[in-house]
Design a protein around this ligand. Structure first.
Ligand SMILES: [Zn+2]
Ligand SMILES: [Zn+2]
Length: 292
């Protein structure tokens, strides 16, 4: 049974997410609800399975990080994401004033699934570079260090992201697409395709993805991204896809090795990862910020 789960969890989550999205689109159902239900289903199942078959059992034990992780989850899901959803159309309207409106730029005559794939590649390109800059620019690294401060990997780490970083990534990947006139159902199709990957990206499960590691940013690959060694951690930047890591030479996948020796910040980092959540969020604006 564990063997089947290891091989099948991500493919099953992808099939259910894409299948329920296409069904809802075909029947005039609520697309966002279809995505939300399949995403929460994948996350909830992964959280249960982490108890039953962890990749690394010690990662199931809190290390004084549980409050930080859940506060971050609550803030992103309850405040930041709804705010961005409300503000994004306003930002697009405001930007229309000084750039050419994008209606017609996007290749609308293409079949729906091709449009979704095209948008996925473009959005992932934006997210790839935003993530990579967070590793190369010192001030941005300080913003991103909240995510890398965790010394274990488990399902909720996916939501341990600084609100400003979340907003930056959203703006630089989604706003250009909205300005290009990409229809809402195509954008939602992109989310239906990529959300299951992200829900499972940090899970503490011994998943085996084989050739899918060359397509999706799986937990097998993302584990290396959280290594305490810079030569391993400055790799695998892809949000949901690995295509841009393969193109730009940052793909890291040592075959036969299940992960780095340790997880967390690079040794040289002065980021206050053990301080309370709000102290970490606000440290961006304090005198300690951005040293390394
Ligand atoms: Zn990173
Ligand atoms: Zn991560």
């Amino acid at each position: 049974m564990k063997f089947i789960i290891s091989l099948g969890l991500l493919p099953a989550a992808l099939l259910i997410s894409i299948g329920s999205f296409l069904y809802a689109r075909h029947t005039g159902g609520n697309l966002e609800m279809a995505i939300l239900i399949s995403s929460l289903g994948a996350l909830g199942l992964a959280m249960l399975l982490e108890r039953y078959m962890p990749h690394h059992a010690p990662w199931n034990a809190p290390r004084g990080d549980r409050l930080t992780d859940w506060l971050s989850f609550g803030l992103l899901a309850g405040v930041v994401q709804p705010l961005l959803k409300w503000l994004s159309p306003l930002a697009v309207i405001a930007l229309y004033g000084w750039i050419e409106p994008g209606a017609g730029w996007f290749a609308a005559p293409l079949p729906f699934l091709v449009q979704v794939l095209l948008v996925t590649l473009l959005a992932e390109l934006g997210k790839y570079w935003v993530h990579r800059w967070h590793h190369t620019q010192t001030a941005l690294w300080w913003l991103h260090a909240l995510h890398h401060g965790s010394e274990r990997l488990y399902s909720i780490n996916n939501f341990r992201v600084h609100p400003l970083e979340y907003a930056l990534k959203h703006s630089l990947s989604m706003l250009p697409l909205m300005l290009l006139g990409v229809p809402a159902d195509v954008l939602l199709g992109y989310i239906a395709l990529t959300q299951p990957v992200q829900m499972l990206q940090h899970v503490n499960l011994p998943l085996r993805h084989g050739w899918l590691n060359y397509v999706f940013s799986t937990n097998e690959l993302h584990r290396w991204h959280h290594s305490t060694r810079p030569e391993e951690g400055n790799s695998n930047y892809g949000s949901a896809l690995m295509v841009w890591d393969l193109v730009f030479g940052t793909f890291h996948y040592p075959r036969g090795n299940t992960g780095p020796a340790s997880i967390g910040l690079f040794a040289a980092s002065k980021y206050p990862a053990r301080r309370p959540y709000w102290a970490q969020v606000l440290s961006m604006f304090g005198p300690a910020c951005c040293k390394a």
